[in-house]
Design a protein around this ligand. Structure first.
Ligand SMILES: [Ca+2]
Ligand SMILES: [Ca+2]
Ligand SMILES: [Ca+2]
Ligand SMILES: [Ca+2]
Length: 493
């Protein structure tokens, strides 16, 4: 058992008893001797039986044990003879039905660095305009982005007087910091290219009937005889757009895309596009390969960034540490919070803002796992690490836990109102991935800043509980936990 948190380990038995709604905390001699006898049977179930907490729970009433009546509702146990010769114990299933407590190994793995895209968005509103629209010569799109050293920027915007051309950086994207860790500042146009998406046959630039300004409808035109994304020769991107990065405070940059095509060989609008800040290579396309099919075609042929933006959002995630976990089980669902209600003074705020689970653990009689799998001291679990613990859960009960999403003001990971089903409808223990029952929540206790950059977030804040009040004080779902953590339960007892 990886319960290295001594306090939590010591609290395990009272918690289990509380969860069982039973006050039988005294261990009578009768129970003690029975426990020994069961251990001696060396049956598959004997290990589970050996735990005092399990025995206490099943036997419910130590006093009644003396006259055997408490055993009467445990049919396998009721047969004293069977116990004596061990036959009942050999029938592991019968014992399981009655004792009905299963030990699970629970793993919470931090996979938050698995998304290559960390943040993404759309630019669509030209300067001087009230709403989305094409970027005419002289006008600019702006986007506010955040980037850390090691991250790069990619974006794409349609070259409107074409069938399927767009402007974007190359395979590496644009690194946002130089080798000394200084933010990139100024004109980046020479890192951009005009690309052919390979999705529609090219017609003469600015004249083709199937090009966006003239085509009968979106996605009109012949297939491109070359279906690969490739650079367009003779069209240097810097002749058509001027693109700058202006660093601000705390990892902020302003991306400005200005249409300068008026004096170029071909005047053209550009269209609303997407941006992505990422680790590794440009996630939008691979030069020399076909359009990956995430929406680049819509952007490049019709100036519609929505499909690609949705894919990026779906595949974006901020790498984050996790903080020590509080966990609890019971038959009343998840006791750690109530969706749609304020967090109150349960300790959820301490957990969600500062990564401190101890107050909430006290409130719900929960346990804490504070030492990550790759560590020996309590602390955060970074991407690639995680938390692991073993827990005995009575049949029909569910498991709940909470852990801070550290690169946030007040986000945490936890299952919904029902908790995690660790037994199926037949009462059999579940084994495997249960991440789909876990979500990212906003505790409603602190105003959100950009994940990974907010100065009042745990890694950067001056002190615990620093930050503005949340304008919405209700606990609410942010999204799925998929891509942030992976949660598995495995029966081991
Ligand atoms: Ca083409
Ligand atoms: Ca077309
Ligand atoms: Ca919040
Ligand atoms: Ca804070």
């Amino acid at each position: 058992m990886r319960l290295t948190h001594g306090l939590a380990a010591a609290a395990a038995i009272p918690v289990l008893l509380a969860a069982c709604g039973d006050s039988a905390t005294d261990s009578t001699p009768a129970q003690g001797s029975d426990t020994s006898a069961m251990v001696d049977q060396s049956t598959p179930t004997s290990e589970a039986m050996a735990d005092n907490a399990t025995t206490d729970e099943a036997m419910a009433d130590g006093e009644a044990m003396d006259d055997g009546e408490a055993m009467a509702d445990g049919e396998a146990m009721a047969d004293g003879e069977a116990m004596d010769d061990g036959e009942a114990m050999d029938e592991g299933d019968a014992m399981g039905d009655d004792m009905a407590t299963v030990k699970f190994k629970v793993t919470i793995s931090n996979i938050s660095a698995s998304h290559p895209v960390h943040r993404s968005g759309v630019f669509a509103v030209p300067s001087g305009s009230d709403g989305p629209g094409p970027l005419l010569p002289g006008a600019s799109y702006e986007a506010t982005i955040y980037g850390a050293p090691g991250e790069s920027l990619s974006f794409a915007t349609m070259f409107v007087q074409s069938n399927d051309w767009f402007v974007a950086p190359g395979m590496a994207g644009i690194p946002l910091y130089d080798a000394d860790g200084n933010p990139v500042s100024g004109d980046i146009s020479d890192m951009l290219y005009v690309w052919d998406a390979g999705t529609e046959a090219d017609q003469p630039v600015g004249q083709g009937a199937d090009q966006a300004p003239r085509q009968a409808g979106p996605n009109t035109g012949d297939p491109d005889p070359d279906n690969t994304v490739r650079m367009v020769d003779g069209y240097p991107a810097g002749e058509f757009v001027s693109v700058t990065l202006t660093p601000g405070e705390g990892g902020e940059f302003t991306l400005t895309i200005t249409n300068v095509s008026d004096n170029a060989m071909q005047s053209t609008p550009f269209a609303p596009g997407v941006w992505a800040v990422h680790a590794g290579e440009n996630p939008l396309f691979v030069p020399g390969m076909p359009d990956p099919g995430h929406g680049l075609e819509n952007l490049a042929e019709d100036g519609d960034p929505s499909v690609l933006a949705a894919w990026l959002e779906e595949n974006s995630g901020t790498p984050t540490p996790l903080a020590p976990v509080v966990y609890v089980w019971g038959d009343q669902g998840n006791p750690l919070f109530t969706e749609g209600e304020p967090a109150g003074d349960t300790g959820l705020e301490n957990l969600a803002e500062d990564g401190d689970p101890s107050v909430l653990a006290g409130t719900v009689d929960g346990e804490v796992q504070a030492v990550p799998v790759d560590g020996s001291d309590p602390g955060p679990a970074f991407p690639g690490s995680g938390y692991e613990f073993e827990v005995e859960i009575p049949e029909g009960h569910t498991l709940s836990f909470a852990s801070m999403f550290v690169q946030s003001n007040d986000w945490f990971l936890s299952p919904g109102a029902d908790g995690i089903a660790v037994f199926d409808s037949d009462g059999k223990p579940v084994s495997g991935d249960v991440t789909d029952q876990v979500f990212v929540w906003d505790a409603g206790t602190e105003e959100d800043q950009v994940p990974g950059f907010g100065p009042d977030q745990a890694p950067r804040q001056a002190a615990p509980n620093t930050g503005n009040p949340d304008p919405d004080n209700e606990v609410r779902e942010i999204g799925s936990a998929e891509g942030v953590i992976e949660v598995t339960v495995t029966p081991v007892g």
